[in-house]
Write a protein that binds this ligand. Structure first.
Ligand code: B1M
Length: 212
């Protein structure tokens, strides 16, 4: 049983979507629980992707290919997880801030978070403060993720955090920010709860913020 899960983690790391689909089915047929397949197969493989990405041993294309393989496995596993009542680690809404259309980095973060067992509600690009606030009310996430790639839009993060505070929902969530022009100093200045420089550290930061 452990063998099929190890193999699954390896195929996910290699980005083999077909292999991941087959092994997910095989693991189910061999009697592995959906939660074992998720944690010891898919999340384990994606965790390895995160480690290598952080160490600059693999790059964006490899991460995207691994994420596609993860999605292939999840498509089979998701209904089984729902049937067996496995809860996500936590819920996160994420979006690229108003005026900014860059989404490659944001999508990578969303994929790595999903890979780590988080439920992700992706609000897309050009997300206004009002849209963040509405989504906090609608989805009740534990984490709000904001991404910005332009020096002209990073300021929107300050505006959004201010608006979230004024709307009275700031205490309900941890706000995490990221994007190429950002720094920890900027994060501190605008009152975010956390900053992370890349998609793999985003998972660590989110867990740290939630104490999990
Ligand atoms: Co634009 N662009 N772009 N662009 N673009 C940059 C960002 C730029 C640095 C290029 C340059 O001039 N050298 C520059 C910004 C300069 C500045 O602000 N100082 C720039 C500009 C100027 C523009 C336009 C204004 C160009 C124009 O029209 N004149 C325009 C703006 C449009 C708009 O947003 N309103 C524009 C448009 C575009 C395209 C549409 C063509 C395209 C985006 C396509 C898309 O995203 N779907 C594009 C691209 C591709 C880039 C570059 C080349 C690549 C960005 C990228 O995807 N990087 C970029 C130059 C560069 O970076 N080399 C550039 C890869 C990605 C994986 O990295 O997004 O940093 P990144 O994400 C990382 C981390 O930052 C972090 O994790 C990710 C993965 O490790 N991270 C988070 C990101 N979000 C996070 C959130 C977190 C945590 C971590 O928590 C929530």
């Amino acid at each position: 049983m452990a063998e099929v899960l190890d193999q699954l983690a390896k195929e996910l790391f290699a980005g083999n979507a077909k292999g991941v689909s087959e092994l997910t089915r095989k693991a189910l047929a061999e009697g592995c629980t959906p939660s074992e397949i998720l944690n010891k197969g898919l999340i384990k493989g994606m965790g390895e992707v995160g480690v290598k990405f952080k160490a600059n041993e693999i790059y964006v294309p490899e991460v995207l290919i691994a994420a596609r393989a993860m999605k292939a496995g999840m498509a089979i596993l998701k209904p089984k997880l729902e049937e067996s009542g496995v809860k996500p680690v936590a819920k996160m809404i994420i979006g690229t801030v108003k005026g900014d259309l860059h989404d490659i980095g944001k999508n990578l973060v969303a994929m790595m978070m999903e890979g780590a067992g988080f439920e992700i509600i992706d609000l897309g690009i050009d997300v206004s403060a009002d849209k963040f606030i509405q989504a906090i009310r609608d989805y009740k996430p534990q984490i709000v993720g904001m991404s910005a790639l332009l020096t002209t839009t990073m300021i929107q993060m300050r505006e959004s955090i201010k608006a979230i505070k004024e709307a009275g929902v700031r205490d309900n969530v941890k706000v995490m920010i990221g994007g190429a022009p950002l720094t920890q100093k900027f994060s501190d200045e605008i009152g975010a709860d956390g900053y992370s420089p890349d998609a793999a550290s985003a998972v660590d930061k989110a867990k740290e913020l939630l104490g999990i």
